[in-house]
Ligand binder design. Sequence first.
Ligand code: ADP
Ligand code: 5GP
Length: 207
Amino acid sequence: MMFKKGACLIVSGPSGSGKSTLIKEILKEFDDVYFSISTTTRPKREGEIEGVDYYFVTKEEFEEGIKKGLFLEWANVHGNYYGTSIEQVQKALSEGKLVIFDIDVQGFEAIMKTPLKKITTSVFVTTPTMSELKRRLKQRGIDDEETIEKRLQNAKKEIEYMPKYEFILINENLEKSKELMLALAKVARLKKDYLEIEEFIKFWINN
Ligand code: ADP
Ligand code: 5GP
């Protein structure tokens, strides 16, 4: 369609709540979507691919990136740095794409202070209970006991940010949650600021 600007969908929620699983569903279903690949200093997990899941860098490299102003936002989460690169996000938005961010609550708050706020839809994903979160983190089989404990303690703080989000997705039944996430990806592009409205109106009157 003509006159479209890009749009953003921010997905936050405790680690293990299902964000990656649900985002993968959007990437599978839509092609005019760009997943904002974050940069992180956390060690690569088994199965993760450099440049697909994350850009994995050292602490020094990350701090250099901060100094150079390469990040739209960055935060320290569970003791590691995570950040969103400006360049690729801008490129995707200029192509009218829906940019998906899997970022924590600090990153969400930072982006909501930028002009991107107007084209941003936000959703907080959570498990129905904290014990279910623990079960999923254990079942994912990636993190050791100490890391899981750290993630659970962090989750208790993150859940307090829920009211700041536009949408809440309680990820209980996976099939249903996938459907709801796809619906959100569609709704994100119905925001009025997704359109160059003035241009559209001129076009509409003349045609
Ligand atoms: P996050 O990206 O939020 O850290 P993941 O997408 O990695 O979370 O999901 C954590 C674990 O929970 C994975 O093993 C995933 O397969 C599982 N999972 C996701 N959604 C559900 C669900 N609705 N019911 C049961 N398990 C789920
Ligand atoms: P994980 O280590 O489980 O992949 O991610 C841990 C947390 O970091 C998640 O809450 C995830 O949303 C967040 N995160 C990932 N990338 C970024 C980023 O670029 N910026 C911010 N602020 N948080 C991020």
